[in-house]
Design a protein around this ligand. Sequence first.
Ligand code: HEM
Length: 494
Amino acid sequence: MSLTFAVVKDAIPFWWTCAALILAFFIFRLFTVPAHLRHLPCVPVLPLLISYLSGEVEDVRIKRHILPFANQRGEGIVLVWALGRWMIHILDQKLAVQMSENLTLYPKETPPDGLLLWRFIGGSNVLMTNGDIWKKHSRLIRDAFSLSIPVDQFTSLAKNLFTVINPPSSSTDTHTVCWSELAQHYALDAVGSSVLGHDFDAIRSESVFVKEYNGVMHDIANPLYLIAPFLERIFPRKKVIDRMDSLVNRFKKLLLDKRTDPGDDMMTFMLKDPEMSDTELRDNIVVLFIAGHDTSAGGLSTLIYFLAVHPEIQEAARAEVLRILGPTADPTLASLSAQSLPYLNACVRESLRINTPISYIVPRTTVTGVSLGKYYIPPKASLIYNIYAVHHNDGTWGDPNVFRPARFLEAEDKSTITTVLKDSWVPFATGPRQCPARNFAIYEQRALVVMLLREYTWTLPEDSIHKDGLKNAFSPFALTLPYDLNITFTKRKD
Ligand code: HEM
């Protein structure tokens, strides 16, 4: 008895030592730059770790830690620790183009972790595939987007928004609404009606889709599982998976309904392709749903915010709109063009630059060792095109943190600057895999803001959480989405 006790007593320090050594080994492995990447300039890990632990959002982390480090050293490529992974960030526009143009050397990376997001999105779609399969998806989706831009639908959705901002029963002309939420509902209805061929009616009703989608995205972004995605395999979250599967089933039902009740939408067009399997169609519908509404909603929140805090810019944009479209005519493709509304277009471009909806792309990988700029990039490295950093480069933009739409118009007078700014404005990325819906998204923004400018003036409420600068929500998926953005709209009299 006493002997057993002595053995156990002696064993305690031994096991503690083992546990401490194992822990030390894991911590060392977690934070030490792997040998094959050690030649790359590495952003200090400790500040990044503190940044993650303190809940800093991606755009702040890029501005505070990544850009200053790269700028001080004149580097266009830096190595960044990102929650246990090592990512090579490309901040130099020319190198980013070099990477984006070459789909063979730099294919999309197959996500190495067990994040539920990948289960939700699925693997057989335009976003996640490579090679010939990607070409098949891409061709179909690009053809679908080239059909027509549904300006009339954007306009009628804007009119729906008016009834929510300023309910007909209301006796006052001034209303404060949560614009970031309304923008999400507008973007969802836009993608629903014209791309998916389904009326979510998210603007006017409590959409079950929106509720379920937001719930699933919230669950997927659980910080513990983001830091350690392998936990999904050890402790699978049954309830979350069930909720996600039920949402995916809703998408499947949409597809079934579309087969029996075709419409004048892109999904109907895509369903006619005999080469697309049901799984491929399902995975694409989820991608179009996700890619198509959060991004646009983020852009619309940002644009309305900057016009609210710069009344003189809002007024100049309104004057242009009234001059070109008059007070009531519905917008058309021609009247919304960049040539027709250059100032408004500059405002849209500037807002997509300053608070880029997707701060960086899905990682690419190297299939073999390559030279990029002055560095050797080994095989199987993860590379990210850091769009937000390119949009905030002092050298290119001079005053990157200032909202100044006129920069795009000034540039038009000086051909050399034009090329630099044109090439460095990349909210939709660049190369063959850039956003296939960029025209759709740009017209969606222009149509809504034109309608709003004629109907209302707007300001930021006194007690806004954004009064000292626009704040984005935490997003594990590199989305830059302002949150709790209240805006006070006042109906115009003339
Ligand atoms: C302001 C709005 C938008 C922005 C800023 C934006 C930005 C981007 C960016 C940066 C990419 C490249 C991602 C990567 O390579 O990892 C991308 C790809 C994509 N976007 Fe958009 N997007 C917007 C709106 C939309 C809309 C409205 C749709 C569809 C309804 C859409 C569908 C897609 C798809 C399907 C891809 C994948 C293309 C491929 O991999 O070949 N996007 N978008």
